[in-house]
Design a protein around this ligand. Structure first.
Ligand SMILES: Nc1ncnc2c1ncn2[C@@H]1O[C@H](COP(=O)(O)OP(=O)(O)O)[C@@H](O)[C@H]1O
Ligand SMILES: O=P(O)(O)O[C@H]1O[C@H](CO)[C@@H](O[C@H]2O[C@H](CO)[C@@H](O)[C@H](O)[C@H]2O)[C@H](O)[C@H]1O
Length: 472
């Protein structure tokens, strides 16, 4: 066995590895934008898997930069469960994906990526850092994606299209829930941070849509997964839509200069409907009968009650808001049924990209990050996505001074018009269902903002005020 191989076995299996990294992770992890457990104490870590993608102390990048032990970087892939006992009793602890660079000495250009210096264990005396920031390690990841195969418990896969080699990587510098690398402005590689057992819908749905020939979603060209202890999706490479701008920025610019946005809103409505039609063709479309409809409404009510416990400002609105869910449950009780299908699940303006020629694409099919994966993969009425976008126009208008209620109302109407044109069904024709989904979304947003961006809380709270006052 070569020295590199024996190091790999020793490091990945070392029981001392995690205890030696734990003090550094305690400091570093809660500061990461993608860490979902902010504000709750971390009491312990447990190692789910460790794989040396590039063995520490050996340069196997093929880039010719290592001349001996300690000279080249190592790349350690870790899945780590983070224990936070303050979570509700039945919730499992979150599992995070980390890609740690390991070097003897960190070059100054990588200083911002520093995680810390390891005091003991198999990496004693080494420096660990956020590996994605190291171009050599990012290039290595692209190489792995180009050449399918397995490495320990990791499996790299790709579609039929060849992927060029040697593309220059950069870390995407934007507010996001995961981490992304852009290669040569040609591909974007999203690395999921909080990972869940099973196939991530952000791989599953774009693959299904591309099989259906739907061009509204960038097609995954490569991906990687963990095969054990249970299969789960770790990352997806897809074409980078160079020069495209996201709908949120475009909407804010339009608002800022007093410009109408209804043409764009209408086009977005059409794009959403096209994606829904393709998803309905590609994947199952169960009918929600009365039991399922009551279950749907009960889930919304449960989320409202949980959110009101976490955010007391919601409490006075609970009776008004629940009328929206009661109305849907009552219709279900009377025998009303609804078509369900796979949906985007967290559609908002920031999940839309407009190319220079005006063509809109939808991205990020992960669904609401706070929901269990099983729930996110469940077929739902497509109006769920419509409600998400309607909320987003309201968000944009509310985050602009002075508040422009008319602007939001026009965009909302144009979006529904566009959707109806392409889908053949007007989402406003089911007002109870639409109102319930909009209410559910606003409740989600209250919780999201309270946890992540408390300054934004007034935005969904304004909608809560409006929705609670609406009567059947
Ligand atoms: N295919 C793409 N082409 C161009 N930019 C993209 C593409 N996919 C994502 N982006 C950019 O990356 C950002 C983050 O992507 P997203 O999938 O929303 O990540 P996250 O789930 O981490 O929030 C988006 O807001 C968008 O600006
Ligand atoms: O894009 P993500 O998958 O990370 O989605 C989460 O963050 C969004 C904010 O970045 C949040 O969206 C809310 O704020 C948007 C404006 O920033 C607004 O357009 C959306 O309508 C509103 O819901 C999203 O809810 C959350 O899941």
């Amino acid at each position: 066995m070569s020295e590199a191989a024996s190091t790999r076995v020793a490091l990945a299996n070392s029981t001392a590895l995690l205890p030696s990294l734990a003090p550094l992770l305690h400091e570093w992890l809660p500061r990461q934008r993608w860490f979902a457990g902010k504000g709750r104490p971390v009491t312990a870590f447990s190692l789910v898997s460790a794989t040396e993608i590039l063995p520490v102390d050996a340069d196997s990048t093929g880039l010719g930069q290592g001349t001996g032990p300690g000279s080249g970087p190592g790349l350690l892939h870790l899945l780590i469960r983070v224990h936070q006992p303050s979570l509700p009793a039945q919730s499992p602890d979150d599992c995070y994906q980390m890609l740690l660079g390991v070097r003897s000495t960190l070059p100054p250009r990588l200083a911002p990526a520093l995680i810390g210096h390891v005091a003991g264990g198999p990496l004693a005396g080494r420096t660990v850092y956020e590996g994605l920031h190291d171009p050599r390690l990012a290039e290595l990841l692209l190489e792995r994606l180009r050449t399918p195969g397995t490495l320990g418990t990791l499996r790299f896969d790709r579609g039929a299209a060849p992927i060029p080699a040697g593309l220059t990587p950069r870390v995407l510098d934007t507010e996001q829930s995961n981490s992304s690398l852009v290669f040569g402005n040609a591909y974007i590689f999203k690395i999921f941070r909080r990972v869940f057992p099973g196939t991530n819908p952000d791989l599953e749905l774009p693959l299904a849509l591309s099989r259906e020939g739907c061009g509204r979603v960038p097609e995954p060209v490569a991906w990687f997964e963990a095969t054990a202890p249970e299969p789960l999706t770790l990352g997806v490479l897809q074409p980078f839509l160079r020069g495209a701008e996201d709908g949120w920025q475009l909407a804010l610019r339009a608002l800022g200069s007093g410009r109408d946005f209804t043409r764009e809103a209408r086009a977005l409505g059409r794009a959403t409907a096209e994606v829904h039609t393709a998803l309905a063709t590609a994947l199952p479309t169960p009918v929600l009968g009365s039991a399922q409809t009551e279950h749907l409404a009960a889930g919304m009510l449960q989320r409202l009650e949980a959110a009101a416990q976490a955010v007391p400002a919601l409490v006075p609105y609970v009776p008004g808001l629940r009328t929206a869910f009661d109305a849907v449950a009552a219709l279900g009780h009377k025998g009303r049924s609804w078509a369900a299908q796979r949906v985007h699940g967290d559609l908002h303006l920031g999940q839309t990209l407009r190319a220079a020629d005006g063509f809109w694409s939808l991205i990020d099919f992960e669904g609401e990050p706070a929901r269990p994966l099983l729930e996110r993969r469940r077929p739902q009425p497509p109006v769920r996505d419509v409600a998400g976008m309607l909320r987003s126009f309201d968000y944009a208008a509310r985050s602009h001074r002075p508040w422009n209620a008319e602007w939001a109302a026009r965009c909302r109407a144009a979006y529904c018009d566009g959707y109806a044109e392409a889908a053949g069904v007007d989402p406003r024709s089911e007002p109870e269902l639409l109102r319930a989904h909009e209410t559910d979304k606003a409740v989600y947003e209250v919780l999201y903002e309270a946890r992540h961006r408390p300054d934004w809380l007034p935005v969904p709270m304004a909608a809560i005020h409006r929705l609670a006052a609406a009567v059947d």
